[in-house]
Design a protein around this ligand. Structure first.
Ligand code: FES
Length: 574
């Protein structure tokens, strides 16, 4: 028979030495006797940090979650989880996504809480927190940071990341002064919140809505909009009810929910990073999601949202145009409308009450901003386990291309040679970067959108085919083939490409091939293995990560973290 005793009551309800210890040391935080009467204890897992603007306001937002929890008869208890400031962490925040996931999972499991509200927003915090909460499988809801206000520079809107790439290419091409470039810095990030483009953070927040793990409008309300505080308050109230109804992530994160996330991803022109994060999350809850699902299901939705980097506008505009519920409405019957959400309403009910307020920002399905979006999944001898390409961010003429490889063995090799005027490269070349996968870097950094050689930029070239085992920023663009699996470090054919090799990309046919025969590849593999050096990372998290990380086609999760531990802990601490 199932044990219906509230989880927290197993600690706070005991009239013995253990109960004394649990209660006494939490009453010391300022909680009175009477709240320990079996009411739900709600954890607020907060990734607040001053290390990045994306999460700097989350302590304030947590207070509004607490109001809602108290109002609904629960007890809010805030606890920290590591912040993953995307623009500050080295070698890459992605190296630590799984560490955050493990921290969140074990914090939820180890502490006497009945449900949890996840406060986060920067690129890797949302997937990390979701993965951990999914593996612990206690009732959970997300309140995201919300985007920054639109960036401003010389009288016009500028977008986080996207305009950094644009401006830096302009400087390299001699079209923008360094002084102007530097003066854009403070106008780009001018309030609390995540990047204001449809980068990874806002993509993931939008997918949280599509997955059903937050209240409506979680993604688009600006970080400093008072309505985000209201959303936090309402989330605090709602999580108490979820606990009473015992609705867990495993009840929400169904196959249908992931299909909705893929549809939303295609409709918003979302970040390529969402592919690895959704695959990893699906692995936690046992949903059999594969790379091709993104291509196949994504095709059901055209590009409906006109936001950078695929389009023109920014997240503030998306909010005022109706946000994710309005996109769900436009998706119509394609959206899996019966999918349940933490709000208590189905996605169909949420979509039915939405409106589109600006057709320049959110299009109709009949007249979309682009015919197809999402990601293309490529296979071939260069990427037998897959690679991805974001067509909405690419140059259409390059989506079918044959060219000769210009190879960089490492990111350091790339930096050392890309500006060399003697580099043998032209606009038909294909830039190939190795050693930037999960194991190789380690952590799979966002370097796949390699900047072009200055001598080509000066000739007016603005895009080239680029291939790597890396990721790229969700704010970036170009004909960039990413997440090549297996990566070079794991023995992938990518590691065997040499300067001058011919590579054929057939985007519409979804293939990517190196025109080198198998016998020659076998010889190259032998030669590569003969000079292979042991890893320099011999201890700590890096070592654990390198030894156990899965490839990008499995979400780059750690092999032993796939699946759930559940929230059961049977032993006492004293
Ligand atoms: Fe945090 Fe972009 S740096 S969301």
């Amino acid at each position: 028979m199932a044990d219906s005793t509230p989880r927290s009551w197993k600690s706070y309800g005991k009239l013995d030495r253990d109960g004394f210890i649990h209660r006494s040391w939490i009453k010391g935080t300022g909680l009175p006797d009477h709240v320990f009467d079996g009411r739900p204890i709600i954890g607020i897992c907060n990734t607040w940090s001053e290390l990045v603007t994306c999460q700097v306001h989350l302590r304030d937002l947590a207070e509004y979650v607490k109001r809602g929890v108290w109002e609904a008869g629960g007890v809010p208890i805030e606890f920290p989880a590591m912040s993953l400031p995307e623009t500050q962490m080295r070698p890459t925040a992605m190296l630590f996504r799984n560490l955050l996931a493990m921290e969140v999972e074990e914090s939820i499991r180890a502490n006497p809480i009945d449900g949890v509200v996840l406060l986060g927003g920067c690129d890797k915090t949302t997937p990390g927190q979701l993965m951990g909460a999914a593996s612990a499988d206690l009732p959970a809801m997300v309140v995201s940071s919300g985007p920054m206000l639109n960036g401003k520079f010389q009288g016009r809107d500028i977008g986080s990341g996207t305009d950094v790439w644009r401006f830096s290419e302009a400087v390299r091409a001699g079209e923008m002064t360094l002084r102007d470039f530097m003066s854009a810095e403070s106008g780009m990030s001018r309030s609390a919140g995540v990047c204001n483009t449809m980068g990874t953070a806002s993509t993931m927040a939008s997918l949280v809505e599509a997955l059903g793990m937050s209240l409506p409008n979680n993604a688009a309300l600006p970080g400093v909009d008072s309505r985000r505080k209201v959303l936090a308050h309402l989330t605090g109230a709602r999580i108490v009810q979820l606990v009473k109804d015992d609705i867990k992530p495993s009840d929400i994160l169904t196959r249908e929910a992931f299909e909705n996330a893929i549809l939303m991803h295609a409709a918003i022109g979302g970040s390529t990073n969402a592919v690895v994060h959704l695959l990893a999350l699906a692995g936690r809850v046992g949903v059999d999601l594969v790379l091709e699902d993104f291509d196949r299901i994504g095709r059901e939705s055209p590009l409906l949202v006109n936001l950078m980097p695929s389009g023109k506008y920014l997240m503030e505009d998306f909010c005022y145009a109706g946000g994710c519920p309005a996109v769900m409405k436009e998706l119509g019957a394609v959206f899996r409308r019966q999918a349940v959400t933490v709000s208590g309403h189905t996605q169909g009910e949420i979509a039915a009450s939405a409106e589109v307020w600006n057709r320049d920002v959110i299009a109709t399905r009949q007249a979309p901003f682009g015919p197809s979006s999402g990601v293309w999944v490529l296979r071939g001898n260069l990427c037998p386990d897959g690679a991805i390409l974001k067509p909405s961010a690419a140059t259409s003429d390059l989506l079918t291309h044959r060219g000769r490889a210009v190879v960089f063995e490492t990111i350091e090799d790339y930096h050392a040679r890309i500006d060399d005027p003697d580099l043998i490269v032209d606009e038909t070349s294909i830039l190939v970067l190795k050693g930037c996968g999960p194991k190789g870097y380690p952590g799979m950094p966002e370097v796949g959108n390699m900047a072009l050689p200055p001598k080509l930029l000066q000739q007016g070239v603005r895009d080239m085919v680029r291939i790597s085992d890396a990721r790229m920023s969700g704010t970036a663009y170009g004909t960039v083939i990413l997440h090549v699996s297996p990566e070079a470090e794991a023995g992938g054919v990518l590691g065997l490409v040499l300067d001058g090799d011919e590579i054929v990309l057939d985007g519409p046919g979804r293939t990517l091939d190196l025109l080198v025969d198998d016998a020659e590849l076998a010889l190259r593999r032998q030669a590569r293995e003969a000079v292979r050096q042991p890893t320099a990372f011999t201890r700590g998290w890096y070592r654990l990560y390198i030894d156990t990380v899965l490839q990008a086609d499995r979400g780059a999760d750690l092999d032993f973290l796939v699946g759930k531990s559940t929230s059961d802990v049977t032993r006492e601490s004293h």
